[in-house]
Ligand binder design. Structure first.
Ligand SMILES: Nc1ncnc2c1ncn2[C@@H]1O[C@H](COP(=O)(O)OP(=O)(O)OP(=O)(O)O)[C@@H](O)[C@H]1O
Length: 222
């Protein structure tokens, strides 16, 4: 589960220093689903970075999957990160690794046997419509293909928490729907899912509870 109490975040480096999140509090039970909505600059990506443990809150308390992250030490956060899948807005594929090695990363961090990893990567790439592309370099892929590799990497280890930042922005409509089917399937198996999006037709097609941010404040939860 996710539990935030009065979480604030301040970008305090550089001339653009500003408070991006103000005293955010909400809970999502394990296996819950939330859209993360709000205008550009509302703080959606910032909140996802906190939830994905790639930034630390300036104030407040956050518990993820039973760990009080705002007090946890680095080794505990590293272990916790392996239980979370993240689809980054800019995909964040490792350019020096092949497509297959990018997707395999979460399973390699769990020390799974290589033959099991190869089978899982092949199946996952097939699911996202990229069967047989294991050896390609990410740079040789289109934006939409890279986004699907990022999705495959985020879900291959069936994370307990899945965070996705605009995961359909480079995808065609049918691919976006397929991606939501994948997320729904994981959600039905117990993964907590949080998806930030501007894609209104997707939200209408897949109605769900939403966290609405505006100006760094949580203005609606329901
Ligand atoms: N590195 C940074 N330094 C200073 N301010 C930043 C930095 N990154 C983001 N911000 C500011 O924090 C606020 C929230 O940005 P954020 O990217 O979280 O919004 P968002 O809701 O995800 O927007 P979008 O929908 O356009 O992706 C904005 O005012 C933004 O300008």
């Amino acid at each position: 589960m996710i539990s935030l109490r009065d979480i604030s975040f301040r970008h305090d480096r550089g001339p653009r220093a500003a408070t991006a999140l103000h005293a955010i509090s909400f809970d999502v039970p394990q296996g819950g689903f939330r859209w993360l909505l709000g205008p550009s600059g509302a703080g959606k990506s910032t909140l996802l970075r906190l939830l994905g443990l790639s930034a630390r809150a300036s104030e407040g308390e956050m518990t993820l999957l039973g760990v009080l992250t705002t007090r946890a030490r680095r080794p505990a956060l590293t272990r916790l990160r392996r239980r979370i899948g993240v689809v980054h807005q800019d995909f964040a594929l490792l350019p020096d690794l092949s497509v297959g090695d990018n997707v395999a990363l979460p399973l390699r961090l769990q020390d799974r046997p290589e033959d099991e990893i190869a089978d899982a990567v092949a199946a996952m790439l097939g699911w996202v419509g990229l069967a047989g592309r294991e050896r390609d370099a990410p740079a040789r892929l289109s934006g939409g293909e890279q986004q699907r590799v990022a999705v495959a990497r985020a879900v291959i280890h069936q994370p307990e928490l899945l965070l996705a930042d605009e995961p359909t922005n480079a995808l065609q409509e049918d691919q976006g729907r397929r991606l939501m089917e994948l997320f729904n399937e994981l959600n039905a198996m117990g993964t907590t899912v949080v998806v930030a999006t501007h894609n209104e037709s997707l939200v209408q097609r897949y109605p769900g509870r939403a966290l609405w941010l505006d100006g760094g404040r949580l203005v609606h939860d329901g």
